[in-house]
Write a protein that binds this ligand. Structure first.
Ligand SMILES: NC(=O)c1ccc[n+]([C@@H]2O[C@H](COP(=O)([O-])OP(=O)(O)OC[C@H]3O[C@@H](n4cnc5c(N)ncnc54)[C@H](OP(=O)(O)O)[C@@H]3O)[C@@H](O)[C@H]2O)c1
Length: 270
């Protein structure tokens, strides 16, 4: 899926010159970075793995006249967050995309508390710090955009991925409120809440996804929704999954998610 020329112009004019994309080495972050490069925005690409980032930077700069900086850091550590902020000094940043994140799955009592806390730091604490810093900058300059990666699991408790779903509920709730608070300052905030997407996510989360979207099916809908909506459910599969549960009471949604996630994690209990 490609952005129209009108959309590319809108993104460049409203959110250029530079965009920061965390988690840009893979999956959804990589797709969003690629679409933003097509729109002509300069990019700060962030993830932990420097070799992957160099590869992505090389691919994205081929045949394009954009500037690209890479920042390799682990955002579960404060220094990792500071490194991203330092890399942005002196640049005209108009867009922050926070896609660095991961999931865990299985019975909560079987998991390691260290990896659950680490996920909380990456998915929530780092996202909060970056969002706070750049929303202050954007409010001062009276323009900007912030895209935060939520998930369809954000809308109800999700057994067998309890803490991951809770991190996404945090992101969703934060984004919804900031969209209202920051609007008078000319800053657009978007929660992107996809269903299953085939990326590096399922392997790291140890989940088996039977149906999934491709990153290329959700990048354009997410960018088109920025400045127009507060929450986007990108891709047809996401819409079907979320809308089919819309009229179901919350307790029943949780039981349905128990079955769905139970199927995705059943291999762990064999
Ligand atoms: N895939 C799905 O089904 C799905 C659905 C809904 C929402 N989401 C959300 O979408 C976001 C992107 O996930 P994805 O599906 O694109 O997964 P992915 O392919 O695994 O990409 C995750 C990205 O985050 C980076 N990252 C992970 N841990 C990091 C850390 N501690 N510090 C810095 N960077 C880190 C990874 O690079 P390095 O490993 O090099 O650090 C990678 O670039 C996540 O927030 C995820 O929760 C995914």
């Amino acid at each position: 899926m490609q952005l129209s020329n009108n959309e590319k112009n809108r993104l460049l004019t409203k959110y250029g010159e530079w965009a920061i994309v965390t988690g840009a080495s893979s999956g959804i972050g990589l797709e969003l970075a690629t679409q933003l490069a097509d729109a002509g925005l300069n990019l700060i690409l962030h993830a932990r793995n420097v070799e992957k980032l160099q590869e992505v930077a090389q691919q994205l700069s081929a045949n394009r006249t954009i500037d690209i900086k890479i920042v390799a850091s682990d955002v579960s550590e404060n220094e990792g967050i500071d490194k991203i902020i330092q890399s942005a000094q002196g640049l005209n940043i108009g867009l922050l995309v926070v896609s660095a994140g991961y999931g865990t799955s299985g019975l909560f009592i079987d998991g390691s508390i260290h990896s659950e806390i680490n996920m909380l730091k990456v998915n929530c604490e780092a996202l909060l710090s970056l969002t706070h810093y750049f929303s202050q900058q954007f409010a001062q300059q009276k323009r900007g955009g912030i895209i935060l990666m939520s998930s369809m699991v954000a809308f109800q408790g999700t057994p067998y991925s309890a803490n991951y779903a809770a991190t996404k509920a945090y992101v969703q709730t934060l984004a919804e409120a900031l969209a209202v608070e920051l609007k008078p300052y000319g800053v657009d905030v978007l929660a992107a809440a996809p269903g299953p997407v085939a990326t590096g996510f399922s392997q790291r989360a140890n989940m088996h996804m039977s149906m999934s979207l491709k990153p290329s099916e959700i990048g354009v809908p997410i960018l088109k929704a920025l400045g127009r909506k507060t929450t986007v459910l990108p891709g047809l599969l996401t819409k079907i999954l979320v809308y089919s549960l819309r009229t179901v009471p919350r307790w029943a949604k949780i039981r349905i998610m128990e079955k769905v996630m139970g199927g995705m994690t059943a291999h762990q209990r064999k």
